[in-house]
Write a protein that binds this ligand. Structure first.
Ligand SMILES: Nc1ncnc2c1ncn2[C@@H]1O[C@H](COP(=O)(O)OP(=O)(O)OP(=O)(O)O)[C@@H](O)[C@H]1O
Ligand SMILES: Nc1ccn([C@@H]2O[C@H](COP(=O)(O)O)[C@@H](O)[C@H]2O)c(=O)n1
Ligand SMILES: [Mg+2]
Length: 191
């Protein structure tokens, strides 16, 4: 059964940055739902390209059937991994229920890593990210933050009630955030 860690936090909280380091050092495979959707958007012949771009620009959430299939296919392609960092998922009720339906019984959900960071800091980071993302602009960021507050934070609260959330303050320098994150993984894997 695959070990899975969900990684959540506001846009720009540093999910991708921290996941890359965990992948490098702890052998978990990093699967960013956003990256998988962007790759599907670019894939020649995809029937979902326009739909995905529309959601990304508007900061809204793509139907789970699309995202969950991309995640499951990526997991199958890396089946020898120690575990998977599922970055930016589940983002709303539809993501959560669709995941439970498609993946329930196939994975061991270890915990939810919640990178917490004030929204103004996060927005500033996205505006200076320099990756040419079509959603790193003031209009899209407003909508992404709204979606985070209304749809994603309640999912974090849901996992919190199950005792699954490990919160790390990601407003600090990356090295400090990373050290705390490693402690979380060490504790989880000692059980
Ligand atoms: N702790 C940190 N301190 C300062 N800058 C950071 C920190 N973590 C990440 N960054 C920078 O902030 C920007 C956003 O980081 P990253 O892409 O990892 O965030 P994210 O949570 O994956 O965002 P998104 O949800 O938009 O994909 C990047 O330019 C990254 O280099
Ligand atoms: N579960 C998800 C994750 C992402 N999206 C869409 O992609 C955009 C970018 O996501 P990042 O994690 O890379 O910031 C996001 O704003 C959504 O439009 C999604 O639909 N479902
Ligand atoms: Mg990211």
């Amino acid at each position: 059964m695959y070990n899975v860690v969900f990684v959540l936090g506001p846009p720009g909280s540093g999910k991708g940055t921290i996941c890359a380091q965990i992948q490098e050092n702890l052998g978990y495979v990093h699967l960013s739902a956003g990256d998988l959707l962007r790759a599907e958007r670019e894939r020649v012949g995809s029937q979902f390209g326009a739909l995905i771009e529309n959601h990304i620009k508007n900061g809204s959430i793509v139907p789970v059937e699309i995202t969950c299939s991309l995640l499951e296919n990526a997991m199958i392609a890396s089946k020898d991994a120690n575990g998977f960092l599922i970055d930016g998922f589940p983002r709303n009720e539809d993501n959560l229920s669709g995941w439970n339906k498609q993946m329930g019984g196939k994975v061991n959900e270890q915990f939810v890593l919640f990178l917490s960071c004030p929204v103004d800091v996060c927005i500033d980071r996205c505006l200076h990210r320099g990756q040419g993302r079509t959603d790193d602009n003031v209009d899209s960021l407003k909508k992404r933050v709204e979606t985070y507050n209304h749809s994603t934070f309640p999912i974090i609260e849901h996992f919190g009630k199950l005792g699954m959330v490990r919160e790390v303050n990601s407003e600090r320098p990356v090295a400090e955030v990373y050290n705390d994150v490693v402690e979380v993984f060490t504790a989880a894997n000692q059980k």
